[in-house]
Design a protein around this ligand. Structure first.
Ligand code: ABN
Length: 172
């Protein structure tokens, strides 16, 4: 076989390999595995949650802390958690009550998610009922006197509540 024939054969085999169904499926599989791993990467999901301490005044263990304007429950910050994370051994409720609180440091309104932490008996420390915007429970979507752990398939027992920043109003 001449050198030209060998070269031609190599080229033909190469083209056949790269246009084969097996090659396509292998690339597709790699892309799918890569895409499914993407949400697990440790990226910052919300810039709004990262406030410097001077932009986040007050104590999360104090009911008067600005983020608690619409809360009803025991403060997780007094129960082994923080203002925005559950105590160890409890799980965040999948459904939640949303409020809007003004941050005195910058005068902006922040969207706050009041999730309950579930799976251990009530913490009973730092009870805080500010209830801004709260409506009677028969207006379910506007009431905060609700055990959000009832939406958890794992455990309905209420332990405490957090106040996580979800977003901030746009600059006018
Ligand atoms: N969302 C706080 C809460 C929990 C249990 C019962 C009432 C209110």
């Amino acid at each position: 076989m001449s050198r030209f024939d060998k070269w031609l054969e190599r080229r033909a085999r190469n083209i056949a390999r790269k246009t084969s169904r097996r090659f396509f499926l292998a690339k597709l599989g790699t892309a799918l595995v890569g895409a499914s791993a993407y949400p697990l990467l440790p990226i910052a999901r919300s810039q709004a949650t990262a406030l410097a301490s001077e932009a986040d005044p007050g104590s999360p263990e104090d009911c008067e802390y600005w983020r608690y304007c619409a809360i009803d429950g025991f403060l997780c910050a007094c129960c082994g958690g923080t203002a925005s994370s559950c105590p160890p051994g409890t799980a965040l409720s999948p459904i939640t009550w949303i409020g809007t609180c003004r941050n005195p440091a910058d005068g902006k309104n922040y969207i706050i998610s009041y999730n309950d932490c579930c799976g251990q008996s009530a913490c009973r420390r730092c009870q805080c009922m500010r209830n801004e915007g709260d409506k009677p429970v028969y207006l379910t979507s506007q009431a905060n006197d609700v055990n959000w752990c009832s939406g958890s398939s794992a455990d309905m027992v209420y332990n405490c509540s957090i106040a996580a920043i979800m977003g901030v109003e746009d600059e006018a």
